[in-house]
Design a protein around this ligand. Structure first.
Ligand code: PLP
Length: 479
């Protein structure tokens, strides 16, 4: 049996079994594949995992509890979980050149919580914490616990602000990181949209953070991690990088030297499902100094590990170690740059004027729209994106003034730079022909918009034709 018919048989049989119990779930799974096949997916944080990665998740590993770490579990019978967790960690260490990898986090947010805990436990000098770590927990008095909570909850974090492209876990107020840490953020230069490293250094000198966080969700440029590490060192901060978005570019050696966070940061977190093209999940990489604390992630911050997802991480990381992954990573960036060029040539305004990673941030105020209006108009036209704040956003974090687009998913389908020009044309057509709408009372609305159905239909049809030449999961036929 060829591998492609093996994949079809595997997915078809799995759906048949699901259908026999709850047909509506089987139907929704099938419909999701159809939707993904038919939409032009430009969400910068999404991708398409390989059939092998997807199939590694649907099995009895899901039934196993395995709190603890490899060879040191709180449950019996974890030998097979040990195998996949050790394999995933080995692939991660080799791929990223890290001394230690912790592959249990269920998501990127969980990975960040594990990292915060590890740094706090390593750095906070509360005597009660030291005693608790030394396993004399029962000796602690109520006063010790009070002092411990006060110390742990009053540490300082400096991260990139949300509207400059940082993530909400980097100290944004609605997230726990912005509540448990005394938080300050750095932004970007209003004139260039780029990180102003001198300004970061100045803020760090004033604020003296315990943790300096690098990394982003919506910054379209390389970050110089060597400089950020120097800043962290100059104020005695632990340097953490959240590479959730660009882990695939690090894995594929597009970001090397000063732009590879792993040799520069004390601790690195990531998701596994974005540009890295693995299953949904998170990971933490660090040196030997923080390894013990990181390995306490479960049960300190995480529930029991997801062994089926760790199995899929091992598969996806093995894929990322193959030589063709470097080619894939480079094509992601080539495509993003071609998309940016195509948009610029048609008159769009881009934050920082372009990109050197996988994402492009369009400032849609130049089309007279909010991000919310633009996102919906594009969706009506078969183009899936997400609205995103731009630096100093006049429309706030809900309506926003930006559209974030990214190329990892389309690159996985095989689209190249020629198709990116066509994609830029489709986006520009929709945005250029959408106008702001009015609310029921006739006043200007930040959500309502007007787009001729015929335009939406024509773009949707052209997007469909574009995608038809690059079928998604061509090896999988469900009927
Ligand atoms: N960190 C960054 C930089 C992200 O962009 C994201 C998700 O968008 C996360 C963390 C959180 O990842 P997850 O959704 O897996 O919790």
């Amino acid at each position: 049996m060829s591998s492609s018919s093996a994949e079809s048989t595997a997915f078809r049989s799995a759906l048949e079994v699901v259908r026999s119990v709850e047909p509506r779930v089987a139907a929704a799974i099938g419909a999701e594949l159809t939707d993904q096949r038919e939409s032009l997916k430009l969400i910068a944080s999404e991708n398409y995992a390989s059939p092998a990665t997807l199939l590694a998740m649907g099995n009895w590993f899901s039934d196993k509890y395995a709190e603890g770490t490899v060879g040191r579990r709180f449950y019996a019978g974890c030998q097979n979980v040990d195998t996949v967790e050790a394999l995933a960690a080995e692939h991660a260490r080799e791929l990223f050149g890290a001394a230690h990898a912790y592959v249990q986090p269920h998501s990127g947010i969980d990975a960040n919580l594990v990292a915060f805990w590890a740094v706090l436990a390593d750095r906070v000098e509360a005597p009660a914490l030291r005693r608790a770590q030394a396993r004399h927990v029962n000796d602690l008095t109520e006063q010790d616990w009070y002092a411990l909570r006060r110390e742990l909850g009053n540490q300082r974090m400096l991260g990139m602000s949300l509207d400059a492209g940082g993530h909400l876990t980097h100290g944004f107020r609605p997230n726990i990181s912005g509540k448990m840490f005394d938080q300050r953020s750095y932004g970007t230069d209003p004139a260039t949209g780029l990180i102003d490293y001198d300004k970061v250094a100045e803020t760090a000198r004033e604020f003296k953070p315990l943790i300096l966080v690098g990394g982003y969700s919506a910054y379209p440029r390389k970050v110089n991690f060597r400089i950020l590490r120097e800043i962290a060192d100059s104020v005695g901060a632990t340097f953490m990088v959240d590479m959730a978005h660009f882990a695939g570019l690090v894995a594929g050696k597009v970001f090397t030297g000063d732009f590879d966070p792993v040799p520069h940061a004390h601790i690195v977190t990531t998701t596994t499902h974005k540009s890295l093209r693995g299953p949904r999940g998170g990971m933490v990489l660090c040196g030997p100094e923080l390894a013990d604390q990181v390995d306490r992630g479960c049960p300190m911050v995480l529930g029991g590990p997801l062994p089926h997802v760790m199995a899929a991480k091992a598969v996806a990381l093995a894929e990322a170690r193959r030589p063709d992954f470097a080619d894939y990573a480079q094509r992601i960036v080539n495509n993003a740059q071609a998309l940016a060029d195509g948009l610029l040539r048609r008159g769009a305004k881009l934050v920082t004027g372009g990109t050197d990673n996988h994402l492009v941030l369009i400032d849609v105020t130049s089309y007279g729209l909010t991000g919310r209006q633009a996102e919906q108009a594009l969706l009506d036209s078969g183009i899936v994106t997400n609205r995103n704040a731009v630096p100093q956003d006049p429309n706030g974090a809900w309506y926003t003034s930006g559209i974030r687009i990214g190329t990892p998913a389309l690159t996985t389908r095989g689209l190249g730079t020629a198709q990116m020009d066509e994609t830029a044309e489709l986006i520009h057509t929709v945005l250029g022909q959408t106008t702001p709408g009015a609310g029921a009372d006739g006043t200007a609305s930040k959500a309502k918009y007007v787009l001729d159905d015929a335009v939406a239909e024509k773009v949707s049809q052209r997007a469909g034709e574009l995608l038809a030449a690059f079928p998604l999961y061509p090896s999988v036929e469900l009927s």
